[in-house]
Design a protein around this ligand. Structure first.
Ligand code: MD6
Ligand code: FE
Length: 218
């Protein structure tokens, strides 16, 4: 093995920061050490609030399956997109935000200068082969001052990162198991999406990719 190749392996799993824009960062491997605990916590959440394929206001079923934890959860139906205090499927409050989630979200935000981030909304997305999220802005929150923290687990995906207009050119950013994206400030309303998930297997999640996003919604 050449020395350069050896170095590449040595650096695998190392936490490092990539800047996507002035207030948008990928923290490579930031969640790696907590991955098994995060996945175990997702298992607990989904016992109480199962993954479901929501319907968009336009009547299309989403290819990504979703659930929530925390005091507010993001939901969609024929009436629109909104944050709700209870799970429409059960009528019960969403499961509490696991401590390992909150701790990670706070540390990731602080790492890039967003101190005092206390999210109360946590959306959990589950992707399988072919699942995609078309280009969108996250603008259903009342509080645009707070950043969004987004954690990727399992099968890798291609993230599209655009500008403030839908038609702006997008960058392709691969997201791997353990990566965390944090963005806020002037970048908070950038268009973004996920390309259709490619067939793959991950040792900890099988055929799935999980994405956890944390926000201050209210
Ligand atoms: C995903 N993420 O990674 C979808 N939104 O599966 C998002 O839509 C997203 O990663 C706002 C901020 C960060 C994100
Ligand atoms: Fe989004």
């Amino acid at each position: 093995m050449t020395l350069a190749l050896f170095d590449a392996f040595e650096n695998e799993g190392e936490v490092r920061q990539e800047k996507l824009a002035s207030h948008a960062f990928v923290l490579r491997n930031f969640a790696l050490a907590q991955a098994s605990h995060l996945l175990a916590a997702i298992e607990v959440v989904q016992l109480q609030a199962s993954f479901r394929h929501l319907v968009t206001p336009g009547g299309l079923q989403m290819s990504v399956a979703m659930t929530n934890c925390g005091t507010l959860g993001w939901v969609s139906d024929r009436r629109g997109y909104r944050y709700a205090e209870s799970d429409p499927q059960s009528g019960q409050a969403w499961p509490a935000m696991p401590a390992v989630f909150l701790d990670l979200a706070k540390r990731a935000a602080a790492e890039v200068g967003f101190s005092d981030f206390t999210p109360e909304a946590c959306l959990i997305n589950r992707y399988q082969v072919g699942s995609r999220l078309s280009l969108h802005q996250d603008k259903d929150e009342e509080n645009y001052a707070a950043p969004i923290v987004s954690v990727s687990l399992g099968v890798p995906a291609m993230f599209l990162f655009g500008g403030l207009q839908r038609s702006d050119k997008t960058a392709r950013v691969p997201l791997f198991h353990g990566d965390v994206v944090v963005w806020g400030g002037p970048d908070r309303l950038r268009y973004h999406g996920i390309l259709p998930l490619k067939q793959a297997q991950h040792a900890m999640t099988g055929e799935y990719r999980f994405n956890i996003t944390f926000r201050k919604a209210g």
